[in-house]
Design a protein around this ligand. Structure first.
Ligand code: ADP
Ligand code: MG
Length: 820
């Protein structure tokens, strides 16, 4: 092993550890980071007082690396070298090198943040930026000054880390690599057929590594290769769901040529020597928040350019190689994958941090902080589930953390009869058990075997699983019934694992409970997904949180007025539609029983535009969702007046008394308010109009009652008697001219004016000003035809300059009128 590239930098590694004790080690895959660095620690006395914990993102890698290191040291696995993963472990009191997966170390830190007995932590594969890696590193920085921290990465981009870990030393090793020729192949055939075709045509030396997203695609690829002839190669799968023996077979040296069909575990975690051809589907199963199910899940996605580079590199470890990419060369792909902290639901990790004593997750020492929305969503959900109260973890929250499940499902397990609840949890962790888009025949067959009580769609999943189990999960039989066989096969082991933990937590795992109890426990997991049907004729629903949606057509719970939906998905159509599925019928009484603090009564008052009146009902609400509603005889007076006033001001209800005179009065008041503010008159603006109308509508709740109410009196009452007197005086209804005429003033928004025939203006040289002399109304001077000949304020100028000219013409046209 001493010839591995990592030994070229061994001296630097040891110096860094003896110095500050913080090290970033960046070296290409296959350099010897994972297997050799722990051994260096052991050999050079760093583990005399404690052990080294090597954090691995994948269970498969943790076990295989432990086995490899044990073998190199010539010891039995589980003695000096061991591993601990979510549901399995091989360690003993003698263990010095311990490969563990994410959750394990964080849990240990929660039990004792100073990590007694741990001398060093190695964060392996850190470039993948798993959420728990980020969080554990943050916690480790505060653990103990003498704790050695080594962060290892297969990429060289470590700038952010250097600042974060400062003071620390960075050691780089360029490793040894050979050139890899990249080709692109693209067709519409399934990826497994494409991969098998590339392999069939290939006649180079060495072994072959094929990347597929998951177990299902891997088995299809192996079938496709075998059906074309394996050319004497061993065809071997490598993924997390295989037995340890099968996993070991994929990396073992046998002297025979092999094709290894692997998930992205072979991208950087596990090295397979001798590979000269890489065939890359370009796909991976990526952990991502699934908003539809409200939990984190694995979705098949296109890999980033950085990942594709890594995969290609696997062909050039021992000699020049080739990488065949099964996508067009022009296809755009993102540069690198987002770190998990930016794409996962944070409920579980926030709860774990709270448990670890982190009071404020916003000021937590994040390597890269999550968005405020993501944190707020997580906290809101945890409060709703009862795991947090006022931001602090509850006893229930602590118990929920014992289950390696999303807090929703942990909550359900703790609420319900353990046995069936564990089965529901197991049924929903993987991919959809029921295939979508089946043909009619399959659909009909499936409906026959799945028909059950119409209280929950979960019962269909339970039946589908039982049926698949009876068929021994045979692919053909399952496909005929529209059931995903691979998913079904994974349910059983998961179910038993969950039961084991439940038992350890003191739950009675034999208890079947009643169907009603189980439905209640589902309700505890999705209090934010309660929905009430709006009517019987449609599938429309109103959800908690003021959202609207439609219950899925195929839901068996479509006869229930109140449901809880375990899945909510948004479908882009003509408009955004929210579809609720995996629904369970629930009773209002259960909400009162389970969430008493979320129950309230409120009076809801609305304007009924059809009946043109305000109606009110007393509603019993779960959060903001009305469960029951009782009509009230008489709506609350103030609210009724307010709603009616809104309709009147908007012009949707016309009052008999709201005439020109009223509008003029308001204009007059506003003119004085604006132009003669020293008179102390307040303007009647939009708000004022509404206030006036509310006054007018006082005591009424219908249009009928207000239609013929006197508006003028109400509007005038805006001012007291003295104020009204000021308006009459300073914004008078009529002007008095020097010739005794009293034309009516029109108060327009642009200003007041009077309209007069020329004859009525004879003898007048000045228009009297109003509003304390500050506003002179305009005069519309009219010809005998009533057509204006001029609009002006300057009468003197009119008589002098214009009148002589127009007089002649008008005199001719209207000889019988008086012309002076
Ligand atoms: P790194 O972590 O830098 O990617 P590893 O320490 O995992 O490197 O592997 C270093 C070398 O050890 C690999 O190139 C491979 O030759 C060998 N190796 C590691 N694990 C195994 C194994 N399980 N079987 C055979 N060889 C292995
Ligand atoms: Mg490694």
């Amino acid at each position: 092993m001493a010839n591995l590239p990592i030994y070229e930098v061994e001296g630097k590694i040891l110096d860094a550890l003896r110095g500050g004790g913080r090290l970033i080690l960046s070296a290409p895959t296959g350099s010897g980071k994972s297997t050799q660095v722990p051994q260096m620690l052991l050999k050079h006395g760093f583990l005399d007082k404690g052990d080294v914990v090597v954090l691995q993102p994948r269970r498969l890698a943790a076990r295989m690396l432990a086995a490899r290191v044990a073998e190199e040291l010539g010891v039995e696995l589980g003695r000096e070298v061991g591993y601990q993963v979510r549901f399995e472990s091989a360690v003993s009191a003698a263990t010095k090198i311990r490969f563990v997966t994410e959750g394990i170390l964080l849990r240990r830190m929660i039990d004792d943040p100073s990590l007694p007995g741990v001398a060093a932590i190695v964060f392996d594969e850190f470039h993948e930026r798993h959420l728990y890696g980020d969080v554990t590193l943050a916690r480790a920085l505060d653990a103990r000054p003498d704790l050695k921290l080594i962060v290892m990465s297969a990429t060289l981009d470590v700038e952010r880390l250097e600042t974060y870990l400062a003071p620390c030393v960075t050691v780089r090793s360029e490793g040894r690599t050979f050139p890899v020729a990249v080709e692109h192949h693209a067709s519409d055939a399934p990826v497994w057929d494409q991969a098998a075709d590339v392999f069939a045509r290939w006649d180079g030396e060495g072994d072959v590594l094929i990347f597929m997203p998951g177990g299902y695609e891997i088995s299809r690829t192996m079938e496709a290769i075998r059906s074309r002839g394996a050319k004497g190669f061993d065809v071997l799968p490598l993924h997390g769901d295989l037995s340890p023996r099968d996993q070991d077979a994929a990396v073992a040296k046998t002297g025979r040529r092999k094709v290894v069909v692997a998930t992205n575990v072979a991208e950087t975690s596990i090295t397979i020597d001798g590979v000269r051809l890489v065939i890359d589907s370009g796909l991976a199963r990526v952990a991502r928040y699934d908003p539809q199910r409200g939990i984190n899940t694995l979705l098949i996605e296109k890999i980033s350019r950085a990942s594709a580079e890594q995969r290609a590199g696997r062909a050039g470890r021992t000699a020049p190689g080739t990488c065949a990419r099964l996508w067009p060369s022009g296809e755009t792909r993102q540069a690198c994958e987002l770190p998990e902290v930016k794409r996962l639901d944070l409920a579980e990790v926030v709860l774990a941090l709270k448990d670890a004593g982190v009071a404020d997750v916003r000021t937590f020492r994040w390597l890269e902080a999550p968005t405020e929305t993501a944190l707020a969503d997580a906290e809101r959900l945890l409060e709703a589930l009862g795991a947090l109260k006022g931001g602090a973890i509850t006893a229930l929250g602590r118990r929920m953390l014992k289950f390696p499940l999303h807090p929703r499902w942990a909550r359900m397990l703790l609420a319900g009869p353990a046995r069936p609840a564990a089965l529901l949890a197991a049924l929903t962790q993987g991919r959809d058990l029921l295939l979508r888009g089946c043909d009619r025949e399959t659909e009909a067959f499936r409906e026959r075997i799945l028909a059950d009580k119409e209280t929950s769609d979960f019962w269909r999943l339970v039946k589908a699983y039982a049926w698949a189990e009876k068929q021994d999960f045979k692919l053909d039989a399952c496909r005929r019934a529209g059931i995903h066989a691979v998913t079904a096969r994974q349910v059983g082991p998961l179910f038993r694992q969950i039961l084991r933990i439940a038992e350890k937590e003191g739950l009675d795992i034999q208890r079947e409970g009643s169907e009603e109890e189980l439905r209640k426990s589902v309700l505890t997991a999705f209090p934010d997904r309660v929905a009430r049907r709006l009517d019987e004729g449609t599938l429309r629903c109103e959800l908690v949180g003021g959202r609207r949606g439609n219950l899925a057509k195929e839901s068996v719970a479509r006869h229930a007025p109140l449901i809880v939906a375990a899945e909510v998905r948004e479908v882009e159509g003509k408009e955004l539609n929210t579809i609720l599925s995996l629904a369970t019928a629930v009773e209002p009484a259960w909400l009162k029983e389970l969430f008493p603090e979320a129950i309230s009564t409120r009076v809801s008052t609305t304007y009924d535009s059809g009946a043109r009146k305000v109606v009110a009902a007393e509603e019993l609400c779960f959060r903001d969702l009305a469960l029951e509603s009782k009509a009230l005889e008489r709506p609350p007076a103030e609210e009724a007046a307010r709603l009616l006033a809104v309709e009147v001001v908007a012009g949707r209800l016309k009052l008999d008394g709201w005439d020109h005179g009223v509008e003029q009065w308001i204009e007059r008041v506003n003119l004085i308010a604006k132009r003669a503010p020293e008179l102390g008159i307040a303007e009647i603006d939009e708000g004022g109009r509404r206030a006036l109308m509310e006054q007018l509508c006082a005591g009424a709740s219908s249009y009928k009652e207000i239609k013929s109410r006197s508006v003028m009196a109400a509007v005038k009452s805006w001012l007291d008697a003295a104020g009204q007197g000021l308006i009459e005086k300073h914004a008078p209804e009529r002007l008095t001219m020097s010739n005794g005429k009293t034309p009516k003033v029109t108060y327009a928004p642009e200003g007041p004016y009077v309209a007069l025939k020329i004859q009525d203006l004879f003898g007048v040289s000045k228009i009297p000003a109003i509003a304390l002399g500050k506003v002179t109304p305009l005069v519309h001077i009219l010809a005998p035809s009533q057509r204006p000949v001029q609009i002006t304020r300057d009468l003197e100028g009119f008589w002098r300059d214009h009148y002589p000219g127009i007089k002649k013409e008008l005199q001719r046209k209207y000889p019988r009128h008086e012309w002076r």
